[in-house]
Write a protein that binds this ligand. Sequence first.
Ligand SMILES: [Zn+2]
Length: 402
Amino acid sequence: MRTACKCRAYPTSEQAAVLSRTFGCMRLVWNKTLSERTRRYHSEGARTSCRETDATLTTWRRSDDLGFLSEVSCVPLQQTLRHQHTAFQNFFSRQSRYPRSKSRAGKQSAHYTRSAFRMRGGSLILARTSTPLEFTWSFNGVDASELNPTMVIVSREPDGRWCVTFAVDVRDPAALRPANHVIGVGLGLTSFLVTSDGTRVSNPRLLHRKARNLARHQRRLARCRRGSNNRLKAKAEVARAHRKVRNARNDFLHRTSTALVRSADVVVIEDLNVKGTVRNRRLARAFSDAGWGEFRRQPEYKCERAGRRLVVIDRWYPSSKTCSTCGHLLAELKLSARHWPCPACRTRHGRDINAAKNIRAAGQAVARGDSGDACGADVRRQGSLLPLSAVEQDARIGELGS
Ligand SMILES: [Zn+2]
């Protein structure tokens, strides 16, 4: 199994200087190549290949005015060109927006492939540095002294902390014992999620809770004179405040997703394409604060490692408006209605739990129906799942915001 082990690193001032210079050169290579690509695309309508950008990099490293590029390791520079190439491929296949230029602010990271580092007995020496990079190891299952990474990524967080990530192949973990259980998960904003078992996990709303604290730091930053030392300090404070929110959110998401994967053999979630659908800015912030994008990703690899099955049901499926007892489909359900009685079978439903039960049933039908591996794959409209209009999807997303 391929995985990544990320830990804190403590470079010496010498190493930090080399790494910072590497980051600077990477930014320069990225931005210069990007503008060259853009110019060429607009004037000639031509795409630039990987080989061409590599050749340009070589000429830059040999030239007089850009000769300082050869003072840092070549590997991270080539890797940044690879990443830009991928960014363009994603852009051309309409998966992402046009690649943007890189700035000094924010996270910096450099990728080192095998030729650019040496790792022996748990000590790591990067290219162009003479001493081992100090790092802390906190992975109990993996022996640091036997580490043989295929790639090493050194990064500097906006608050100045350094990290090193090792891409390693480790033994596959043992599959979890069968739980003989299928669980349906409905997502929301008032409760982060509600399961078909009736468990409710409340939304920690971490950014919302810390908003006042963040705003205080940001006001202080805004008052500082540009270029002053106090401004640098204030900036570090803002970055630290953001880090705390980020760490708390990640912790919450990991705990929640791990608990889900442990509890059932088949985990059924609904697909929500939130990105680009929400125009309301306050709602959009609440969405990113909840961290659903990450929550959608975590069960995928966790299920795979644990030998569990993840079923993602189509986002057009009317999970809230269908009666989980008799299957009656309401024509309309108000966003404000937390409870509703079924006109056909007279069952009184709690809105969220009813939705989670329907999601579970839909996932079960999918798990029974097809033999292929649906783990992580989108399951499109199946059987009785009714296609709905775009209005319905907007309503569903509005509903999650209510
Ligand atoms: Zn009913």
